[in-house]
Design a protein around this ligand. Sequence first.
Ligand SMILES: Cc1cc2nc3c(=O)[nH]c(=O)nc-3n(C[C@H](O)[C@H](O)[C@H](O)COP(=O)(O)O)c2cc1C
Length: 212
Amino acid sequence: MKLNDIRQEYLQAPLEIENFKGDPIRLLKLWYKNAIDSEIALLNAITLSTVGNDGYPNSRVVLAKEISDEGLIIYTDYDSQKGKELESNNKVSLVIFWKEHDRQIRIKAKSSKITKEKSDEYFRSRPIESQISATASDQSSLVDIDSLKERVLEITEKSKDLNSLPCPANWGGYFLEYTEIEFWQGRPSRLHDRFKFVKENGSWTDAKRLSP
Ligand SMILES: Cc1cc2nc3c(=O)[nH]c(=O)nc-3n(C[C@H](O)[C@H](O)[C@H](O)COP(=O)(O)O)c2cc1C
């Protein structure tokens, strides 16, 4: 198979931006609703890029667990690679791609830790197996699989009469507050619709069309 033989014709309707003047959040919510209505698999998956001390961006997929008018929430290990990078630089870039709708959303955001209470509450809501594995794993550190499995067994044994475990101190959520949002709608003949909104002094600018 040759990658350069892959061709995709985008046949979706245009993005009617006139309906969303200065309001990227309504458009964001509408696109999420469309994705939910279409039952897109893992529609809450987001590529999150942080910047390391070496200056390289570093990207990985995470899951958005809450989305609001100001930002979205993800959960992770605060001591992971991404956690360390967010500690020294809270500016992030996010990408969402829904191939079923030929849609991409690019977001710039600023991260901050959510409250311990909120992280605890979410941690308790997860299946006990996920709680055990999050407790056992020092995310992003070198590991040998046998010691990890042993640690999982140990914690499973200790927690067998419990419904939930305490949320580890180094585990929790980040609120990613939007500062820029760009919507991309795939269109025929490569004439895609691209509109960018920027938050300035607390308000969203009108959408600016960008060349595809
Ligand atoms: C579909 C999918 C969902 C994921 N969701 C999360 C998540 O919500 N939180 C998380 O910490 N890692 C998640 N991961 C794992 C991350 O991509 C990554 O491997 C991990 O967070 C370590 O990244 P880091 O070393 O850059 O910190 C997910 C991976 C995939 C493929």
